[in-house]
Ligand binder design. Structure first.
Ligand code: HEM
Ligand code: HEM
Length: 123
């Protein structure tokens, strides 16, 4: 489970930094929040979860870990696409953005409960 998180995280690292480089090259920063959250929810949060699941394997085998994995990874791509639409003027995307945020937070809450209840000292 830890490795699965880490392998997806590194893909977001490259996509997010490519978007940053593209924004820099055209000096247009409309998508800065997309860049920021691809890297922070995609790279940083997923990589940290991967490392935490690796350090505390008991927490990586639970149904909460699976729920966290699927919710986070299924919602993040559409979340970022809808955020990009919103930032380029599609204000109707606002409510969808709200729903995506709540779903993402549900996934993160699964992670929180999982770590609080199932992460045990190694050995
Ligand atoms: C090749 C690597 C990267 C490039 C070329 C790049 C480029 C950029 C650019 C052009 C902006 C917009 C700045 C502005 O609006 O004035 C930005 C903002 C930002 N970047 Fe990156 N970035 C890179 C890597 C990263 C990484 C690895 C992270 C996080 C792990 C990150 C997090 C952020 C955040 C949070 C912002 C928003 C800052 C703010 O709104 O004040 N970036 N980046
Ligand atoms: C469901 C998850 C999240 C939601 C709904 C959310 C929402 C937001 C919103 C509405 C803003 C203000 C954007 C603006 O001023 O244009 C923002 C900015 C920011 N968020 Fe998040 N965020 C989430 C997750 C995270 C996470 C996990 C991190 C860090 C690990 C993070 C770091 C930041 C940073 C550094 C900024 C300032 C950069 C910017 O203005 O683009 N966020 N976030």
């Amino acid at each position: 489970m830890g490795l699965r998180f880490i392998k997806i995280a590194v893909v977001y690292l490259v996509i997010g930094t490519m978007l940053g480089a593209w924004m820099g090259s055209i000096q247009t920063f409309t998508y800065a929040p997309v860049h920021a959250h691809i890297l922070l929810l995609g790279w940083v949060s997923l990589a940290m979860a991967g490392v935490i699941y690796h350090l505390y394997p008991a927490a990586s085998e639970t149904r909460l870990a699976k729920a966290h994995f699927w919710i986070h990874n299924l919602v993040l791509p559409p979340f970022m696409v809808v955020l990009a639409l919103f930032l380029t003027g599609t204000k109707a995307a606002g409510p969808v953005l709200g729903i995506a945020s709540v779903v993402m937070i549900v996934g993160l809450a699964c992670f929180m409960v999982n770590v609080l209840t199932n992460a045990k000292p190694a050995g």
